[in-house]
Design a protein around this ligand. Structure first.
Ligand SMILES: Cc1cc2nc3c(=O)[nH]c(=O)nc-3n(C[C@H](O)[C@H](O)[C@H](O)COP(=O)(O)OP(=O)(O)OC[C@H]3O[C@@H](n4cnc5c(N)ncnc54)[C@H](O)[C@@H]3O)c2cc1C
Length: 531
């Protein structure tokens, strides 16, 4: 591919939201940019969170700097990424056992951080949010929302490519090339064929989330990360219209985020060893905690079907010994290792949040530009993601444009035949045309990659029929063999199963048994060797 022959201005490690956002910013400023991800996009914390577009109110009392960052970025994301954002506001509710005095403290703190926060009457709260706990004693309305992390990552990734960035997934950085106290590039391993190559870059940006400390150690530099595991549950119905938060000091199970047709309840917070971060599992104790606290916010959750459980690890940076990590700042950490450790050509950008990624990218890119003496200023706060130009239209698949506010949906419809406008995944409204396009474009090799790019199989039925239909297209359009497609389908179902098995009781158990009888009994998928 010739990547080792090129000399990049900047090499970015990590295909989470921080990495893809930084790649977009660097490429927009004219830098020769390479992004490296060891797996697929959004496989770290970026694909494992609530998707809450914080107003900042949650942090206003204890972490006002993070709160102020949140409200600024909240307003920017609504503008530049409106196709990834749901604007529905949020409530902070007080229950009889809560100190109502905290409500006044919250409102005061919000106001001093520039967050609009309005106390509303509990009766008004019940009118606008009918499923909220009717025992509530107070409510504050704030501009919370939700953001689709998968779509946001894809939007940044495609935009970075359109501005000339090279992007390699399934390429793991295994060493940093250093020479006389300077990082001069990286050594990477292609995880699909085990080939190793060296790539040179003037600056290397470490955006590897919780794994940032592992990358830094490759150059002999220490960063003390605080891996804070959080578990979440997805419910099969959208039970609330707005985000519902508990009005008290941040604790377990006190955020309920509506997202499309479903509701996400989170989260817990426990320190885990860094060695466990590659494979975090949800425990029965975490599920019990979430259900106990979640039903206090919205009692109907106790009888709502749970779709999936999942967990992620927050990339927090802290030097102290705190147990849970709730008290650690969610602020951004941007380290110039030349100043900090005497190691030139190396920057770490971590901490922060999904919804402050743009600011994180701006800070890292400003630092890169300073070092390279590049004067171009950041434009990511004003230029919307995936602005439609003739060039972008021709260059990338039609799939990308789905839901983009800058392109009316009728354009998509006009591009596809009526048969291709049929839904292949009914839950997430993904059409046959989109799936065919994406497979034909060569951007996806597996059903799981297809899921991350289109949301196929993420909805109420965990890919019950759409996975089978898409597997068929992998053969007919993607040219794969039946054996390869069978193996891929088995991998896809196994991957979905990881999120289902912790909550297999009641209707979820019946659903799981039905899935097993279709895929094992009818399709014989258990005969395929999975990876
Ligand atoms: C439970 C939970 C709930 C959260 N809720 C919210 C929320 O509601 N709103 C919000 O704004 N934020 C939320 N967050 C925080 C948010 O998810 C993270 O701050 C953000 O996603 C971090 O993105 P990142 O790109 O820095 O890290 P990651 O997404 O973890 O990406 C790092 C990437 O680096 C890659 N990598 C690692 N090592 C290597 C290597 N050697 N070579 C190449 N690549 C490598 C990994 O594979 C990974 O893809 C939550 C987090 C958790 C865990």
């Amino acid at each position: 591919m010739g990547f080792s022959k090129k000399e990049y201005d900047v090499i970015i490690i990590g295909g989470g939201i921080t990495g893809v956002g930084t790649a977009r910013d660097c490429a927009m400023r004219g830098l020769k940019t390479l992004l490296l991800e060891r797996s697929d996009f959004a496989t770290g914390a970026t694909g494992r969170n609530h998707g809450l577009l914080h107003s900042g109110a949650r942090y206003a009392v204890n972490d006002p700097d993070s709160a102020a960052e949140c409200i600024r970025e909240n307003l920017i994301l609504r503008r530049i990424a409106s196709h990834c954002v749901e604007e529905h506001d949020g409530l902070f509710i007080s229950l009889p056992e809560d100190d109502l005095g905290y409500q006044y403290q919250l409102v005061e703190a919000c106001r001093s951080c520039g967050i609009p926060a309005e106390i509303i009457d509990p009766e008004e709260a019940k009118r606008i949010e009918p499923t909220v706990n009717p025992a509530l004693t107070g409510a504050v309305r704030v501009p919370d929302g939700s953001v689709d992390p998968f779509r946001l990552v894809q939007a940044n990734e495609l935009d970075a490519r359109m501005h000339g960035a090279d992007i390699l997934t399934y390429h793991e950085v295994i060493a940093l090339i250093t020479q006389a106290n300077r990082v001069e590039g990286v050594k990477v391993r292609n995880t699909q064929n085990n080939e190793e190559l060296e790539i040179r870059g003037k600056i290397t940006v470490n955006a590897a989330g919780i794994w940032s400390s592992t990358i830094a150690r490759m150059a002999g530099v220490e960063i003390t990360m605080f891996p804070s595991k959080g578990a979440l549950l997805i419910f099969a119905n959208r039970v609330n219209k707005m985000v519902i938060n508990r009005c008290h000091k941040a604790a377990n199970g006190d955020i309920l985020v509506p997202d499309g047709d479903v509701t996400i309840l989170g989260s817990t917070s426990d320190r885990v060893p860094i060695s466990e971060c590659d494979d975090v599992r949800v425990t029965p104790k975490e599920i019990a905690t979430l259900l106990r606290e979640g039903t206090k916010l919205v009692p109907v959750l106790s009888s709502t079907r749970i779709l999936r459980a999942y967990a992620g690890v927050r990339p927090l940076v802290a030097e102290d010994d705190e147990e849970a990590g709730r008290g650690i700042s969610r602020g951004i950490v941007c380290l110039d290792h030349e100043k900090r450790d005497g190691l030139a050509g190396f920057i770490t950008i971590t901490g922060g949040k999904l919804m402050t990624y743009r600011l994180m990218a701006e800070m890292a890119t400003d630092m890169v530009c300073d070092k390279l003496n590049v004067k171009r200023r950041c434009e990511t706060a004003v230029i919307a993601l995936n602005e439609a130009t003739d060039q972008t239209r021709k260059a990338i698949s039609r799939t990308t444009y789905k839901g983009l506010n800058s392109l009316p949906g009728k354009d998509d419809a006009a591009l596809w035949t009526s048969a291709e406008s049929l839904y292949l995944c009914e839950c997430e409204k993904v059409t046959l045309g989109e799936i065919k396009d994406l497979i034909a474009s060569g951007q996806v090799e597996t059903l799981t990659q297809l899921r991350r790019r289109t949301r196929m199989g993420m909805g109420k039925c965990p890919g019950r029929y759409c996975a089978l239909r898409a597997a068929r297209l992998m053969c007919s359009v993607g040219g794969k063999t039946t054996i390869d497609c069978g193996r891929d389908l088995a991998d896809f179902i196994n991957e979905r199963w990881k999120g289902i098995y912790p909550i297999t009781w009641d209707t979820t158990l019946a659903d799981a048994q039905y899935m097993a009888s279709v895929y094992k009994g009818l399709c014989g998928l258990d005969k395929f060797q999975t990876s």
